[in-house]
Design a protein around this ligand. Structure first.
Ligand code: OXD
Ligand code: MN
Length: 580
């Protein structure tokens, strides 16, 4: 197979000339192709077979121990003008970045196969879908792209019709952290990634294309590419509302995306449309509609069990690629808090010894098709997407942020999004409990200057009077003894219910300087062991703490200098004034 699209065949020829592969393989995206790549990887030791009776068609990949996570310090946005990348990105001049990458890529695929992976982000043929081609020398990347995107012949045909696509060149190189860079050239719709085989660094459709490049395109084309899950919440009357929610890492995003309603919520159902990324467009009526550009999940494994996320737990019992988990005596995959089994071999393939740390890497992952999820919504494949009723921001805050509050209007909601912050957890290296600013949960993923990004968000209320309402949630508030005040997980549906009732104007609210709060009786506590006092604490606003917070937010916004939109500054001033 090859292509009739000259710019594509020329680019592949140019990449081959540079990287000197032994072979070129154009991916068709069939199940047979997937299976034969799996067989080759089993033969080469790149994949290990797991217990096929317990975990049919599940495999384990062990990555290089130095290559287990995204590398933000090696990730660059190479716009012509440094200011366009903004203080939120690492920047390198495009010419210097290209020279550096050309040196690294020179001859790097000798003796390897160069795979050409045409892929589609979003339902194939949807007006909201966008296309890309990843060139890679990693069969692990190819099989992950098969599960995570609509890849192969169908995507290629659409690319040939359109004549444009995002170019992504990737090589695992020597897997040397000293020779590793993830470069984005938003103005040229190009990505170059060298030296890592890991998830967000190497599956270029995900963070690199669907967030960094897409956020840049979205700004020029008038839409939003966001780090948000998408869910449908169906009530016993059969009405479904769609919500898009942004959370920094370690805030339970995948769990919320696959929420199972509590016992007392008979007749309620939560449908998953996406667990990580939402692309949102205004339709001709001014309704914001969302699609999930992805077709699969690349989720964190540790902590997944029947209680925390039964849907994910069931989803990953077949047709799953595990990366960096441990294995049991039965050759089953194992991870911390799985709730069953005992590890015998750790993620690096060593006999398990607690002295070496956790058995599964804390950032070990599952890759699986979204269609395997018991709560998968068929509308994830709808070309027109789903209408969004509410946008929800969240963070992990032991104090300060109430369980839920609502923005006063769109511009105030943009300020709330820009102020998102979360405490670091033990899951990442570094100090625990430090508050990090992560606007819209996009800090590592916005492909241009945050100041321009906020201006873009602010521009939407001039274009529509039917925009979603904006909310902020915090599942992690604690009492004076350090105990969580809210049980979280499935019980979070009680909060989503209030959010939906507000969107439908079915309940009133208390106005406070930071936004609208639920009245004391508005959060349903039936069958829940949360006292009225605990709920009052969960919903309380400490003015002094909020003044300190807003001062911090002000300093953070000021670090964007002149480019910061006046309107955002004015929103900030309004909240400060209300607190005074
Ligand atoms: C992810 C992330 O892997 O946000 O989804 O880091
Ligand atoms: Mn993510």
């Amino acid at each position: 197979m090859t292509t009739r699209l000259e710019i594509l065949s020329d680019w592949v020829a140019e990449a081959a000339e540079l990287t000197q592969p032994g072979k070129i393989h154009w991916c068709t995206g069939t199940l047979d192709e997937y299976r034969s790549l799996v067989q080759e990887m089993l033969a080469s030791g790149d994949l290990l077979q797991l217990n096929q009776d317990h975990y049919p068609d599940c495999y384990l990949h062990r990555s290089d121990p130095q290559d287990v996570a995204r590398v933000e310090h090696l990730t660059f946005v190479c716009s012509q003008n440094e200011l366009d990348a903004g203080p939120n990105n690492n920047w390198m001049a495009p010419a210097a970045a290209k020279a550096k990458m050309a040196e690294l890529f020179a001859g790097c695929m000798q003796g390897r196969t160069l795979y050409v992976v045409p892929y589609c982000m979003g339902p194939l043929g949807s007006v909201y879908a966008r296309y890309g081609v990843e060139i890679t020398d990693s069969p692990y990347v190819v099989i992950n792209m098969y599960l995570m995107t609509r890849m192969g012949q169908g995507a290629l045909e659409e690319i040939e019709k359109k004549g444009t696509f995002i170019k992504g060149l990737h090589s695992i190189g020597e897997l040397d952290p000293e020779r590793r860079f993830i470069m984005h050239f938003p103005e040229e719709l190009t990505i170059m990634s060298y030296g890592s085989g890991y998830g967000g660094n190497a599956l270029l459709g995900k963070k690199c294309h669907a967030l960094r490049i897409a956020s840049y395109q979205a700004r020029t084309e008038g839409w939003l590419a966001e780090h948000m899950l998408i869910i449908g919440v169906e009530n016993p009357q059969g009405e479904t509302h769609y919500l898009a929610c942004a959370f920094p890492s370690a805030c339970g995003k995948t769990n919320l995306a696959m929420l199972i309603p509590p016992e007392s919520y008979k007749g309620w159902k939560v449908w998953t449309l996406g667990d990580d990324i939402a692309w949102m467009h205004l339709d001709e009526n001014g309704q914001l509609r969302a699609i999930n550009p992805e077709a699969g999940y690349f989720g964190v494994v540790p902590g997944t069990n029947r209680r925390t996320n039964r849907n994910a737990y069931e989803t990953i019992h077949s047709d799953t690629i595990f990366t960096n988990v441990a294995v049991t005596e039965d050759n089953d995959p194992w991870w911390e808090d799985k709730g069953t089994g005992t590890p015998v071999t750790d993620w690096q393939g060593r006999a398990y010894d607690p002295a070496n740390g956790p058995a599964a890497h804390p950032n070990s992952r599952f890759t699986v098709s979204a269609k395997r999820n018991p709560s998968y919504s068929e509308l994830a494949d709808a070309p027109e997407g789903v209408p969004i009723s509410a946008l929800v921001f969240g963070g992990r805050r032991r104090e300060l942020a109430p369980l839920v509050y609502q923005a006063k209007d769109w511009a105030h909601g943009v300020l709330i999004g820009a102020s998102v912050a979360s405490e670091t957890t033990a899951a990442a290296s570094g100090e625990v409990g430090i508050v990090r600013r992560d606007p819209m949960a996009m800090k590592p993923f916005c492909g241009y200057n945050f100041a321009d990004y906020w201006a873009h968000w602010l521009s939407f209320d001039a274009r529509s009077d039917k925009l979603p309402k904006i909310f902020h949630v915090n599942w992690f508030r604690r009492d004076a003894k350090g105990q969580f005040l809210w049980p979280g997980f499935g019980e979070n549906l009680r909060v989503l219910r209030w959010i939906i009732d507000r969107c439908e104007e079915r309940v009133g609210a208390d106005e406070s300087p930071i936004g609208f709060l639920p009245t004391a009786a508005a959060i349903d506590l039936t069958g829940l062991d949360v006292s009225a006092e605990a709920l009052a604490q969960l919903l309380s606003v400490n003015t002094e703490q909020w003044q300190v917070e807003m001062d911090e937010v002000g300093k953070y916004l000021d670090s964007y200098g002149d480019r910061l939109p006046e309107r955002l500054r004015a929103e900030h001033a309004k909240v400060l004034q209300a607190l005074a």
